[in-house]
Design a protein around this ligand. Sequence first.
Ligand code: NAP
Length: 307
Amino acid sequence: MTARILDGRAMAARWRDWTKAQVEAFRARTGRVPGLATVLIGDHPASQTYVQAKQNACAAAGIRTFNHCLPAEVDQETVMELLETLARNPEVHGILVQLPLPPHLDEEEILSAIPLEKDVDGFHPLNLGRLGLKGRDPYFIPCTPLGILAMLQEAGIPIAGRRAVILGRSRIVGLPMALLLLRLDATVTICHSRTSDLAAVTRQADLLIAAAGRPGLVRGEMVRPGAVVIDVGISRVADPQALRGYRLVGDVVFEEVAAVAGAITPVPGGVGPMTVAMLLVNTLKAAQRQVEGFASPWLEPGPARPV
Ligand code: NAP
């Protein structure tokens, strides 16, 4: 193996510590506590795990959570009413609706009902649009792309002028990742399920970000020697040896790609912990902005430092 391992767990722990200290300072200044409302609809096991992990991380950082679990068959009107209540609640600074939603619900209407300043996931169409527009700043950048950016910056990996290839174009990862890297002057190519000759595209990448949710998609021969490979994918594959009967794998065949790449993120222990850490950072910033009228810039040049 030649690739340097980018340790998301260690990086995320530093961000969580930083957030905890900032939350404490915020409380000392304002007498207030940042608050995050989570809305979980249905009983999707992975979603339950993610929401629980986010709530635990908030509690450890001193962020208050307001947890709402709704049954899978809940109607659109009930969800919209809940969001209106949360939007008005001054103790709630951030609102997170865990995706995916049951298919009968109108995702667009639900995400658009979250006020921009409480949209800590950054999925509101206006936040996403602003991310893509030069000269405009979103209130929030979605947590996974933001976490990846923080990892790249901490590892000293340059972005401007580099060729970035992203596998996936979802609202959660692929699209905002592409917009963010474009904003930072990378030359960006987005691939998806209809891309032909994927390997010919991925081999051009200085920075390859795999967010397709397809285990085994990225093989060693698809990677340019020395490239930086970020594996966002998280899939459960059956494993009778594992305690829970499954294990988590990414999109990248780790051993093959680590032998070629310059740097790589593992799964688990790569992007996942950074996603949760960035939710804490976004919630803190939401509270600062709403209570203190303070907004720090998002995209500062140079090595990462908590802003
Ligand atoms: P998604 O909504 O299902 O999107 C998957 C994207 O991958 C789609 O754009 C799809 O193309 C594309 N795709 C599918 N097969 C492909 C292929 N063979 N070649 C190239 N592109 C392909 O999934 P998502 O929500 O973005 O999540 C992607 C993965 O990241 C999942 O494994 C998820 O669990 C994981 N994830 C991890 C984190 C984390 O913190 N680490 C956070 C969020 C998500 P089309 O648009 O053409 O369908």
